[in-house]
Each structure stands twice: as C-alpha cells, then as structure tokens.
Design a protein around this ligand. Structure first.
Ligand SMILES: [Fe+2]
Ligand SMILES: [Fe+2]
Length: 327
C-alpha cells in the first residue's frame, strides 16, 4: 500500500504578482513513448461500444493489443550541476511500456533510484494504466499526481482491480503519494513548477497537471502530457502568473489539437494563436494531430523533427526514443 499520502497546497496567484520559482541550466526531454494506442479507429470503436466519450473509463473494456502509452523522461540540469530526473506518465500497455523502458534505459534508472519521482499528468488510460511497468521496477517511487484524482485512480495505485475494464494492478504502490492541489503554483525544485488545471475531460475524469521550467537566460519551457486544459490555457498561465513567463523558450508535449481526426475551425485558430508567444522550439507529439503539426510548419513555427523510429507516428512527431534539449 501507498506509504503515505500528502495533499499539497499551491501558492495562489495574484494578478500583477508573478510567482518566482528559481532557475535551472537546461531541460532535456526524451519521448519514451508517444503513441497512446496503435489504431485510432479501434479506440473510437471501443469507446462507442462502452457508452461513448462521456462514460467513465474505469468501467470500459478496451482491446489491450491496441494499447501502447504516453511517457517521457524529463532531465533537469540545475545551476549547481545537479540533475533531477522526472518520469512524466506511465503509459498504458504494461508489456509495451516495459519494452520502451528497456529501449531507453529508463528501466535501469528506475531500479537504481535515479528517477526522483513519477509525475502523473492525468489519469487517462494511455498515461496511467501502465503503472505496473513502473512499479514493478520501483514500487517505492514517489508519485506526484494531480489533486483531482478519482477514487478509482487512488484504488488503482493501491493495487486495485476493475473487473468490467478487465484490468488489475498487481504491484501496489509502496512509496509516497503527493497530491498537488489546484489553485496555484507548486514549486517542485529550483526552476521547476507544476500547475494543476481542474476541469472535466473525456471519459469522465477531472484535472491535468503540467510542468514549467525556467531555463536561466533563455526563458520558460512548458511541458504537457496530453494538455486537455488547452495549449493556450497552458501557455497563458505562464504568461500571467510565472516570473519570466513573457519570455517563452520552448513547448513540448501532447498538445491535444485534433487528436482523433481532422481539425475544426476553432482548432485551426488555436494553432494560429500560438504565433504570438514567440516560442523558439516546439516539440509536438502524442495527441497533437498531424493536420495541426502541418499547419504549424506552414506558419513557420520552429518545429523539432522526430526520427520516426521505434513505432512512433512519423518524423513530424517527436517520437519514441527522440530527445529534445532546451535551450
Ligand atoms: Fe488524456
Ligand atoms: Fe493522452
């Protein structure tokens, strides 16, 4: 069982008083796996057969062979040279994730304790149901999760079974669980901050948390798992509330723009609106749809290319095994 649960209050934001959270020297993000699932048509079919997108994921049965998972390794180099390693999300299919951990060396880092904590962006299946792949290597790892986690998600961490979904976590979490509450900024380390966005999302879940890094003399880097809160909300939060937020260096992650199909007019406007922030490096993957990335290229955004290797979506996505360094 989880050794202890701590609910952590953030520093509330006040208009006109940006919050300082220190600085780091660099941030390197490796996409351990960017593909949440293999076949989008099959995923949609499973969701529809289980009550549609507003039904609760914990009662849904999915084709496990279609499951992959989203997960990244974030390495933060401190101004003092000290490294902090964060595993962002746990993916979905445990065997697939175990293989991705082997391929990227994350397995060794987990067993040796080199990863400081697992940071769960949100409880969606493609980021969270692969938890066994992490816990089987590091059952006592500290987990930082959004304070909006459902009772089902807490039970899953503790070794729960969901009969209707046909899933069991056979390796209960034995470490510390820190729930980062919404309502402000959490300073996780020098130059590292987290914000929990509290809103309802598909499959009847609540809340996603995202990371911000202040790279000295370069600017802020925003890193999201799935970005259900919206990429403009993610970035505006930094602009409005974080010291240095007006100087944006980089953006990494699943940006949740047209993840399952063609773009709407609204999504097209979202992509165009990103121009005003002046990012110097954008690394998009996972739930950033191909048409959204194509438009980013068309608009001349500084897109980072992927290698297209190891089963990732293609060279437009920063994919499996690809690494991006900020600055
Ligand atoms: Fe998600
Ligand atoms: Fe996702």
């Amino acid at each position: 069982m989880t050794a202890s649960i701590e609910e952590r209050q953030p520093t509330p934001c006040q208009p006109g008083h940006p919050i300082a959270f220190g600085a780091c020297r660099a941030v390197t993000v490796t996409s351990v796996s960017e593909i949440g699932w293999r076949d989008t048509g099959k995923l949609i079919e499973d969701i529809e057969a289980n009550g549609g997108p507003s039904a609760c994921q914990w009662g849904m049965r999915f084709d496990y062979d279609n499951a992959a998972g989203s997960c990244s390794l974030v390495e933060v180099e401190g101004l003092n040279g000290k490294m902090i390693r964060i595993l962002l999300d746990a993916g979905w299919n445990r065997d697939y994730m175990a293989e991705r951990f082997r391929a990227t060396g994350v397995d060794r880092m987990l067993t040796s304790g080199e990863i400081d904590f697992l940071y769960l962006s949100h409880e969606h299946l493609d980021h969270f149901w692969g938890i066994e792949a992490v816990l089987s290597l590091a059952p006592e790892i500290t987990i930082l999760a959004p304070g909006t986690l459902s009772e089902e998600a807490m039970a899953w961490l503790a070794g729960g079974s969901f009969l209707q979904a046909g899933i069991t976590n056979r390796t209960p979490h034995r470490g510390k669980l820190v729930l980062l509450l919404p309502g402000g900024v959490h300073r996780l380390a020098e130059g590292v901050a987290s914000v929990t966005f509290d809103m309802p999302f598909w499959l009847d879940i609540r809340g996603e948390q995202s990371l911000y890094f202040n790279v000295a003399e370069e600017g802020l880097v925003c890193v999201a798992g799935c970005c259900h809160q919206g990429v403009i909300n993610l970035v505006d939060y930094a602009v409005d509330n974080l010291e240095g937020g007006k100087n944006l260096c980089g953006l990494f992650g699943g940006l949740h723009i047209a993840p399952l199909g063609p773009m709407t007019d609204e999504q097209r406007e979202t992509v165009k609106a990103l121009a005003k922030y002046g990012f110097r490096k954008i690394a998009a993957n996972h739930c950033t749809g191909a048409p959204a990335i194509a438009l980013m290229h068309e608009l001349g955004y500084p897109m980072v290319a992927g290698s297209g290797k190891d089963g990732s979506q293609g060279i437009d996505h920063v994919g499996n095994g690809d690494t991006v360094r900020f600055p």
